[in-house]
Ligand binder design. Structure first.
Ligand SMILES: CC(=O)N[C@H]1[C@@H](OP(=O)(O)O)O[C@H](CO)[C@@H](O)[C@@H]1O
Length: 405
């Protein structure tokens, strides 16, 4: 059986992190989100995968290549214009062979575990089955009204609460779906939505079923959501290994992974769950607290504290810095005494709506140069390619290529 991963969109609401990579390539537990999906497919015995790519597609294709290193054969299809989920699925029609009676469709930007798709694979019946999950807050999702296994209605992103059963965007379809997609009209949002296709099938009397999962399924809607994804994956992570060097006098507590060629200097205090990649240098007296992931080639200087954060590859952080509840992108050069302020239940304006982040410091994109003694106020985001002079306080979002003097 073939699987199809939809990975063409940018993930606008995850900017500034998605200015340089698509949402599916954002790292969670030191792996792109889409790699968690691919791992789950490979572990469930799926051998053939089609990835629908678009925005920043080279990054995806260069990383996974033909998929052999990831235990699966990958073919790529280019969706030239992002015209919705039904339009994305339609792109793979020509690659389906007669023996592919049914196929699995997944979003590339959702973190899942091996068991998430098991029940769907085992319980698919008829023309279409939707994998659903129960969620307390359903804002931003499609929700489902059902009668037992039978789906009665699928309502895309309702503005009021109707149901706590959400559409995960993971489906089993048979090939009839392609004809159904042809008959799907464009939505008011200007997209061909697979949820409209499914609703039309239901209206035409075709049985659409759902299977509910209790396993991990996390969709990062906003950039700060990857902090929670990261901490949930780290809590479940079982393959901890210390490959690098831990000097005498460094204290490591709980589940901590340390990559090849990484050196943890004497006097460091690291509490897991935490992941540290390859070729990192963690200077004496650095403190790393739970739910932190540090990428490859990262240098952290003395007396710096990091907690519940993601630090991506090739970043340097100066001494006496304090980073909490933050995401710091790739190739950043950050001077000493860099402080991120953080706040709980932070209100952030996005697309003219107020969103709430449970707890957030800063989100910083890639390729920034930040001087010493810079303070970033809670929720302020630094985009990419910015240059910030020493002693500055950043209290609002900085657009790309900003120079703060
Ligand atoms: C039109 C469509 O396919 N909508 C899906 C899809 O929404 P996106 O905004 O495209 O991510 O994925 C959601 C799950 O991530 C699901 O809840 C929703 O119903």
């Amino acid at each position: 059986m073939k699987a199809v991963i939809l990975a063409a969109g940018e993930g606008l609401r995850c900017r500034p992190l998605t200015l340089t990579r698509s949402k599916v390539m954002l790292p969670v537990a030191n792996k792109p989100i889409i790699e968690h999906v691919i791992d789950s497919l490979a572990k469930n015995g799926i051998k053939d995968l089609i990835i629908v790519v678009g925005y920043e597609r080279e990054r995806i294709m260069d990383y996974f290549e033909d998929g052999i290193d990831f235990g699966i054969n990958i073919t790529y299809v280019h969706q030239k214009a992002q015209l919705g989920t039904a339009h994305a699925i339609k792109q793979v029609a020509e690659l389906m062979e007669e023996e592919d009676e049914t196929f699995l469709v997944l979003n590339g930007d959702n973190v899942i575990e091996t068991s998430t798709i098991k029940d769907l694979l085992e319980n698919h019946k008829g023309n279409a089955t939707i994998l659903t999950a129960r969620k307390e807050h359903t804002r931003g999702y499609g929700v489902i009204i059902c009668d037992g296994k039978k789906v009665k209605k699928i309502i895309e992103k309702p503005t009021f609460e109707i149901s706590h059963v959400v559409n995960t965007g993971i489906y089993m379809f048979d090939q009839e779906i392609f004809e159904r997609i042809e008959q799907t009209p464009i939505s008011q949002m200007g997209e061909y939505a697979i949820t409209d296709t499914l609703q039309q099938m239901i209206d035409d009397g075709i049985q659409v079923e759902h299977v509910i999962t209790d396993s991990l399924w996390r969709d990062a809607i906003f950039s700060w959501d990857i902090l929670k994804d990261n901490s949930m994956v780290l809590d479940r992570y079982k393959e901890h290994e210390i490959k690098g060097t831990v000097e005498e006098g460094a204290i490591i507590r709980g589940n901590v992974s340390i990559g090849n060629n990484t050196i943890i200097r004497s006097g460091c205090y690291i509490v897991g769950p935490a992941l540290i990649g390859d070729n990192c240098e963690i200077a004496p007296t650095v403190v790393i607290l739970p739910s932190t992931t540090i990428g490859d080639n990262v240098t952290i200087s003395s007396f710096t504290h990091i907690q519940n954060s993601i630090i991506m590859n090739n970043t340097r952080i100066g001494n006496h810095s304090n980073i909490a509840n933050s995401v710091i992108g790739m190739n950043n050069f950050i001077g000493p005494y860099f402080i991120t302020e953080d706040k709980e239940n932070l209100k952030i304006e996005m697309e003219e709506e107020i969103q709430t982040a449970d707890k957030l410091g800063t989100i910083t994109g890639d390729d920034n140069i930040i001087g010493h003694r810079v303070l970033v106020k809670a929720g302020a985001m630094i985009s990419s390619n910015c240059n910030i002079d020493s002693g500055k306080i950043i209290s609002r979002n900085l657009p790309e290529n900003s120079i703060v003097v």
